[in-house]
Design a protein around this ligand. Structure first.
Ligand code: ACO
Length: 372
């Protein structure tokens, strides 16, 4: 193999590479700070709703109040969801619903705030419908009085959600709404940069988020804690997992070198939830041991708690089945994805980076005379 002649700098995984500009979120990994359009995430969780945060991301304005109910599903979307096997991955169901919606509505270019609202409002209805259909139950129509998080719980269960649970899920939605150039958002921007439509961009984003290194961690956090089972078993279990070269779910982040501020905000929310005491106690105790072990094993790289760790606690507390966690994260991220679609379209340039070729040098195809 020839030595590469292209000696321009290359960063695997694009780590540290500036690949665009955004006015949406500032992710300050070194200091563990996250702001949406300048507002710290803790303040948004304390004083806002997901509907307000979504409007802030889409329009730049902080509305005094905002209401975003879930949307009814068009018939073809329901037909497609009914056709899926009961054991389909919920992320695949969500992506399918978005794709069908795009095929029948053909959202045009450039993307609009209205399109962003519609897709964000449709997603919880689609996920709730799939969750019921796979159990042989009928989907539930939206309650337009309820906000997105409460409306999702209502459509999932068919009964009015507990107010505290709805508020906790809304807080989770706020922390999950936006996070810079993560893999799924970047995917959405790449698709948008080709002047493709917003539904295609969101489908691609859902596909990227499905991977366990991105959005699949919270359900694995729950499994991890179930397997550990008790504080006494934590040391041994974590050592064994790390000896096997496994990753501890809910720890480490490409950008944060300090404690993930979203994890801190969600820990506070989880602490305020009724019925969480034992599970949360275990989570907090295991976190301490895990952080110590990760520091011992990787003194060169600060591996701290990430958002998924306490997201797992909140989603568990709200009573969602773990296999819906990744898709619920996707519901929250719709505001950010679609805001990035709007931002990309507003100053579009086709995203087309370069790649260094490291394959064989030019050579003759066997049995074919070389061309000159
Ligand atoms: N447990 C154990 N070791 C870890 C962990 C972890 N959670 N995270 C990173 N490391 C180790 C790696 O093994 C690697 O060690 P090595 O150099 O000896 O092989 C070193 O730290 C650097 O790891 P990278 O993979 O280079 O770090 P990267 O920035 O690519 O990874 C990621 C970030 C994917 C989140 C990683 O930390 C991880 O896999 N965490 C567990 C999964 C998880 O919690 N995902 C949710 C992320 S948050 C989100 O997507 C919303």
């Amino acid at each position: 193999m020839d030595k590469p002649v292209d000696d321009r700098p290359y960063s695997p995984g694009l780590e540290g590479v500036l690949a665009g500009e955004t006015a949406l979120a500032k992710v300050d990994g070194a200091n563990g700070r996250l702001m949406y359009r300048g507002y710290p995430i803790v303040d948004l969780v304390r004083g806002g709703t997901y509907a307000q945060v979504a409007e802030l991301l889409w329009t730049g304005e902080w509305p005094a109040s905002a209401h975003l109910p879930t949307a009814p599903l068009p018939d073809p979307v329901l037909v497609a969801l009914r056709a899926l096997p009961a054991d389909a991955h919920p992320m695949d169901a969500l992506r399918t619903a978005t794709s069908v919606w795009g095929a029948i509505n053909r959202p045009g270019w450039p993307p609009t705030v209205e399109q962003a609202r519609t897709l964000t409002a449709l997603a919880p209805s689609a996920l709730a419908a799939f969750a019921r259909l796979r159990e042989g139950k009928d989907p539930v129509e939206p309650d337009f009085e309820l906000g997105l998080a409460a409306g999702f719980l209502f459509q999932l269960r068919g009964e009015a959600p507990d107010e505290a649970a709805a508020r906790a899920l809304d807080a989770y939605f706020i922390t999950g709404a936006e996070h810079g150039f993560n893999a799924s958002t970047f995917t959405a921007r790449v698709i948008t940069s080709t002047q493709s439509d917003i539904a295609s961009a969101v489908c691609g984003a859902i596909g990227a988020l499905k991977g366990p290194l991105h959005g699949g961690a919270p359900s694995e956090v729950v499994n991890q804690l179930h397997e550990i089972g008790s504080v006494e078993r934590a040391e041994q279990w974590l050592d064994d997992a790390l000896d096997r070269g496994e990753r501890l779910m809910g720890f480490g982040h490409r950008v944060y070198r300090a404690y993930d501020p979203r994890a801190a905000a969600l820990r506070t929310v989880a602490e305020g939830m009724a019925g969480m005491a034992d599970w949360l106690k275990l989570a907090v105790a295991v976190e301490d041991v895990a952080l110590r072990k990760l520091e011992q094993r990787h003194p060169e790289r600060a591996l701290k708690t990430n958002v998924e760790y306490y997201a797992a606690a909140v989603l568990q507390g709200v009573g969602l089945p773990p296999d819906l966690f990744p898709a619920t994260f996707a519901l929250a991220r719709h505001a950010g994805w679609t805001a990035h679609v709007l931002e990309q379209a507003s100053a579009n340039r086709l995203i087309r980076p370069d790649v260094r070729y490291v394959g064989p040098a030019e050579r003759a195809l066997p049995g074919v005379a070389a061309s000159s």
